[in-house]
Design a protein around this ligand. Structure first.
Ligand SMILES: CC(C)(COP(=O)(O)OP(=O)(O)OC[C@H]1O[C@@H](n2cnc3c(N)ncnc32)[C@H](O)[C@@H]1OP(=O)(O)O)[C@@H](O)C(=O)NCCC(=O)NCCS
Length: 209
């Protein structure tokens, strides 16, 4: 989301007094970025802008960097119910249909890493383990608007840090997520087939998109 998409305009500019840090933060959050110093109405000012098709790439990378800096990671297994349900619903995961079981599953997990931005839950991953040889990473999801910012990778890094010497680290990757896990070092299990009994509806839905 940026100022252009909000206002449906080709160009948005902002003129700021140079020492107004609060306004700088607001315009940068709207993906405007600094262009030059100007002198207008007898005042020195900073000129910020975003122009459709020109500044968007630079501005969005600024925005990604800002969000990444602000993301906080937590490791409690007890999480607020409404935030969890919202995350799972927005990601289209059918376990949101079983909220009591979902909250219990997370709190029974050995490890949960959650990602927060401005007090909103934006991603989480969990691990179930025999505490010696085998760990299974059962859930990993990041809100759609926060993807491709390194949050999924960071959640996995923090989860895996508990299981570095384990004999098996296992997960089931949906097709579209498999390249992500390959980047983290997971490999296809040749000679071994993943098998399951599944009571959800989201995997078929994911394959249709
Ligand atoms: C899969 C998912 C968790 C990835 O989280 P993310 O925060 O977007 O991923 P990151 O930004 O940390 O990506 C890390 C790297 O993987 C790449 N990547 C991320 N998702 C990818 C995908 N679906 N396909 C290919 N590469 C992907 C990124 O480009 C990045 O590459 P880089 O290091 O070369 O820049 C997220 O897309 C998601 O929640 N998807 C829906 C739920 C899901 O599929 N969960 C997995 C269940 S099996």
């Amino acid at each position: 989301m940026n100022a252009l998409s909000l206002a449906n305009l080709d160009r948005v500019i902002a003129l700021l007094l140079p020492d107004n840090q609060a306004s700088k933060r607001v315009v940068e959050k709207a993906n405007l970025h600094y262009q030059k110093q100007v002198h207008i109405f007898s005042l020195d000012a900073l000129y910020y802008s975003i122009v459709q098709g020109q500044d968007t790439i630079t501005a969005s990378s600024v925005s990604v960097a800002m969000v990444s800096e602000e993301v906080e990671y937590r490791d409690e297994v007890e999480l607020p119910r409404n935030q969890v349900i919202n995350l799972y619903c927005q990601c289209g995961w059918s376990s949101a249909d079983k909220p009591d079981a979902l909250l219990l599953a997370l709190s029974n997990s050995q490890t949960v890493v959650s990602a927060w931005h401005q007090n909103s839950l934006i991603g989480l991953g969990n691990a179930i383990s025999d505490k010696a040889l085998v760990v299974y990473y059962s859930h990993l999801l990041v809100l759609p608007s926060y993807r491709n910012m390194g949050i999924g990778r960071e959640i996995m890094k923090r989860l895996q840090s508990h299981y570095t010497d384990f004999h098996q680290q296992i997960l089931l990757a949906i097709d579209s997520a498999a390249p992500f896990y390959e980047k983290l070092g997971f490999k296809y299990s040749h000679g071994v087939r993943a098998m399951w009994i599944y009571d959800g509806r989201d995997i078929d839905a994911a394959q249709k998109h």
